[in-house]
Design a protein around this ligand. Structure first.
Ligand SMILES: Nc1ncnc2c1ncn2[C@@H]1O[C@H](COP(=O)(O)OP(=O)(O)O)[C@@H](O)[C@H]1O
Ligand SMILES: [Mg+2]
Length: 269
């Protein structure tokens, strides 16, 4: 608890309390209560089937939880659709990236995932302006030097494509960006470039939720981590207070969780 009564605590960017999601008989989420602090990178880890995708899809408005509450900046919200999530400033970059391969980088950055019906349409799609603004967006993210605005996305490397998708997510004012295994398909150098981009997001005060299976990546990038197992959020650690091996143990269940009913042996520092 806070010691000074006069101090104000910033609420987390996102907090869930008691989220439950069932698919028929499958309990994909069971009483999931997690927090994602504003301006931090939070890793979300867990074995296949642990519930990671279901959790982020619930935050992204693709699933609606059967029970429980989601708060954004301390206010209870109903994330009933992807559009509502976007209006709340939550953007998700799924593994398929959602880019249109035959369009240029600039065109992809300006692609709305919903039809634009506005008198501004003509101006928005003005190629010249679009290129200039696209260049600015990439530069703001520190990615301008390695991504040509006129390049066709199809011919770009996996790292460049990931960067375009991330830039597009933040281009329109997202304050929370969810990344689903952004480096899973990338080599070492390209992963490093994506890591740089993720750090840049944090520098800009953006809250990042990062699904990853790469413990090295988690240890070097994240500020904190939630561990999921069989639909439950079983452990939370600050990265400074944990190790890769401890996280592996928590993920597999070899290390007894914080929240389980089994008495946990003391974890030595
Ligand atoms: N649309 C769905 N219909 C039925 N079962 C689902 C659906 N989505 C996920 N599940 C089930 O929910 C559980 C959690 O899955 P998921 O959230 O995809 O885990 P993870 O992303 O951690 O691998 C799994 O048992 C999975 O089979
Ligand atoms: Mg998944």
């Amino acid at each position: 608890m806070s010691t000074a009564t006069t101090s104000t605590t910033t609420p987390p960017a996102i907090e869930t309390r008691g989220l439950v999601k069932r698919f028929g008989g499958v309990h994909a989420l069971q009483d999931v209560s997690v927090t994602f602090p504003r301006g931090e990178i939070t890793a979300l880890i867990g074995d296949n089937g642990a519930g990671k995708s279901t959790l982020i899809k619930t935050l992204a408005g693709l699933h609606v939880a059967d029970e429980g509450v989601i708060e954004v900046d301390g206010t209870v919200v109903q994330v009933t659709s992807p559009r509502v999530a976007r209006e709340l400033g939550i953007e998700t970059v799924y593994q398929d990236l959602g880019l249109v391969d035959d369009l240029t980088v600039a065109e992809n950055l300006f692609l709305s995932r919903e039809p634009i019906r506005s008198p501004l349409l003509g101006r928005l799609l003005d190629k010249g302006r679009m290129r200039v603004r696209a260049r600015e967006m990439l530069d703001e993210m520190g990615a301008g030097h390695r991504i040509p605005v006129d390049g066709i996305v199809r011919w770009m490397s996996g790292g460049q494509r990931q960067a375009v998708a991330i830039c597009r997510a933040v281009a329109w004012g997202a304050s929370v960006v969810i990344l689903d295994e952004p480096t899973a398909a990338l080599g070492v150098n390209e992963s490093a470039e994506v890591h740089q981009l993720v750090r840049r997001l944090r520098e800009q005060g953006i809250t990042v939720i990062l699904i990853s299976h790469n413990f090295e990546e988690i240890m070097s990038l994240a500020d904190q981590v939630w561990v999921m197992r069989r639909g439950k959020a079983v452990a939370h650690r600050r990265i400074a207070d944990t190790t890769g091996p401890e996280l592996v143990g928590l993920l597999t269940g070899a290390t007894v969780d914080d929240r389980g009913s089994v008495a946990a042996p003391p974890v030595s520092a």
